[in-house]
Design a protein around this ligand. Sequence first.
Ligand code: ATP
Ligand code: MG
Length: 559
Amino acid sequence: MNDSSAEPSEDEPRDFIRDRIRADLESGKTSALVTRFPPEPNGYLHIGHAKSVCLNFGVVEEFGGVCNLRFDDTNPAREDEEYLHAIQEDVRWLGFDWGDNLFHASDYFEQLYAWACHLIEAGCAYVDDLSADEIREYRGTLTEPGRPSPYRDRTAEENLDLFARMRASEFEDGAKVLRAKIDMASGNINLRDPVLYRIIRAPHPRTGDAWCIYPNYDFAHGQSDAIEHVTHSICTLEFEDHRPLYDWLIENLPVPARPRQYEFGRLNLGHTVLSKRRLVKLVEDGHVAGWDDPRMPTLTGLRRRGVPPSAIRDFIGRLGVTKSDGLVEMSYFENTIREHLNSSAPRRMAVLDPIKLVIENYPEGTIEELDAANNPTDETAGTRKVSFGRELYVERDDFMEAPPKKFRRLAIGQEVRLRFAYFVTCTEVVKDSDGNIVELRCTYDPESRGGDSPDGRKVRGTIHWVSAAHALPAEVRLYDHLFAEEEPGKSGEWLDDLNPNSLEVRTGCLVEPALAENPGVVQFERTGYFCPDPDSRPDALLFNRTVSLRDSWAKDKGN
Ligand code: ATP
Ligand code: MG
């Protein structure tokens, strides 16, 4: 167990938020740490959210305390039951547990309404009849102060009556709002009488038709934190300017606790978008197959792609928590995924673009069962048997008719090792009437069984293969960045930056039979990391590429 008075050890994460928490616990300012992750159920979680999940749940793992999962369900027009379930599944998948501490801002609607009335009674809030456009116009700009609404000086009595009638559904959507009465000349625009409640006649996923007025985020957020006795309310930097408003509300309301808000820099990842509004657009307009399309930066997409949750946690841990928004290269994330899979993923052989190879001096009808290591980096992963025969398939691009000097694979007269099997030398190619190579003819050295050199001679390279008689057909999906531009929309329309080649479907691939047994994420030797798609069936195998073996993007795109 941690000794709370001890200095953090070197491998413990350190950042300004953890330092603050540590100090608050040591000084006794905080007796029991309470954090929360507060998603709006209006979309699936993406890897940016994972940063907030890992931070809020992570500090509780490190310092003790509880982290609530609180749905910020204050806008029924955009929310959906589907998202409530998906978000819980994704947080659990990342490896975190909120125990019994599942809450909803909608649990507090009655209390929030009472607090709104409290503000009205104190002369700190009023009902405004200005339209949304007028409110915007009256608000002023960064350089000009705002102007007061003509309804700003209604009496508390009139406001209470109007607010009750808003609740009783007497007015149309948008006809009235409740606003805080703060300061129309404030240098902080968030303090220029912000809207607290609006009329939205939409059924709510949890409260149904009970309400037609809803608190907005700014009113619900801090008060929900107070109700839950959240001690450290951690959010992203764009809310820094809202903090004075949250503090004003807490000052002016009889809340049971005083949470403090701390802001950190959000995660931005290159070659993708991390905004729910944009992700919804990609799904709704069919640019991707759904929220779980493996090209999506959503947790459900990453899961379908085969990314282990441990790699996501590790990636986020390495980024650290800072006070500035930065752009992280996708290749950095992919490298972390590779590192995790390199040690954990079993090796298998799969040929994505097969060409037949016939070993002329290998006895017809003979099948050998050869031993293949499951993971050369991990002896405990053991070995498996692979069937070997006279007719095999290898990758088309592992052969060249007129190879350059440095070509270390098959060519006429050139000897290579077939992984785990034998040395073979290509003797001849067979072509069809159009001149396409359809078959490679080889001879093998029977003394090289297992791929070992019989006399110390060296071969130029090692290639993978599958047995023609045993291999299973499969479809393989190769994914590339969803956006060709590192910062979509940086110059021009963000959708124009979609990568037209983000998905390449390979049919007619051939894989070793062990891959029919739903293996989880595997390394296809020499090709990359792959996992079976949930739609994969024994008679129609389907694999997704999680990540290639190397970062090919930098090289291919010439940067
Ligand atoms: P988006 O900008 O994608 O629409 P959001 O902030 O509206 O996201 P919420 O559901 O409100 O989505 O987010 C829940 C929590 O996740 C918030 O505390 C928010 O600050 C945090 N969060 C959202 N995006 C990121 C990100 N890219 N990096 C870090 N934290 C994030
Ligand atoms: Mg939000």
